[in-house]
Design a protein around this ligand. Structure first.
Ligand SMILES: Cc1cc2nc3c(=O)[nH]c(=O)nc-3n(C[C@H](O)[C@H](O)[C@H](O)COP(=O)(O)O)c2cc1C
Length: 190
């Protein structure tokens, strides 16, 4: 089974993040051939990076790092669900990413973002920059929710449309294709 991890990248109380993260998780669960997990960085509650040795050496001293390494290491592809904070992505997401290195290598990543009129696009541009350093393959497919607060019902629930669902299916189709292809490539690298 191809394993896809969806990272919910906000730890704020009352965050919007968990809505798009849960939405795409529920769509992904319906897709055949992939095993999907929603990884909530709020629940994970990693401390600020507290390893003495740089992650690229893969020598982890702390239990939380070993557990995080195992979770990301078993994945074949990712969806990062990110807010935009001051024209970039969240600190909790950066911290979770910085903990590891080889666990991210040669794996595809796609994005769901939201925010004001730019829909979190500036956060995603920054994530695409670090994907290169981590030897990840960032996919063109992404979902942006501009001015998301204008699309909430009286209960504060975002009103996703059929068009959003189509985009989610396109994203998942591309992500699962490349996750499968790159799994085979990683096997060749040994
Ligand atoms: C520290 C901070 C900085 C923000 N900066 C931006 C920004 O640069 N661009 C933007 O579109 N929204 C910005 N916002 C508004 C967020 O899009 C909005 O608060 C959103 O709900 C944050 O995601 P979250 O609720 O999942 O944490 C900012 C919010 C915070 C808390």
């Amino acid at each position: 089974m191809t394993k896809i991890k969806i990272l919910a990248g906000s730890s704020r109380p009352g965050r919007f993040n968990i809505q798009p993260a849960t939405w795409i998780y529920n769509i992904a669960k319906e897709q055949e051939g992939i095993e999907v997990e929603l990884v909530d960085l709020q629940e994970l509650a990693l401390p600020f990076l507290d390893e003495a040795v740089p992650p690229s050496m893969g020598q982890y001293a702390n239990e939380h790092t070993t557990a995080w390494s195992q979770k990301i290491g078993e994945a074949d592809g990712f969806i990062f669900v990110t807010p935009e904070y001051n024209h970039s992505y969240s600190a909790v997401l950066k911290n979770a990413i910085d903990y590891l290195f080889k666990e991210w290598n040669y794996k595809p990543v796609s994005f769901v973002s939201y925010g004001s009129l730019a829909g979190g696009s500036r956060a995603v541009e920054h994530l695409r920059g670090i994907a290169g350093e981590l030897k990840m393959y960032d996919l063109r497919e992404q979902i942006m929710l501009p001015a998301y607060w204008e699309h909430l019902n009286e209960k504060g629930e975002y009103q996703f449309t059929d068009r959003h669902k189509e985009s989610a299916k396109d994203l998942l189709s591309s992500l699962s294709f490349w996750a499968e292809e790159l799994k085979a490539s990683r096997a060749k690298l040994g």
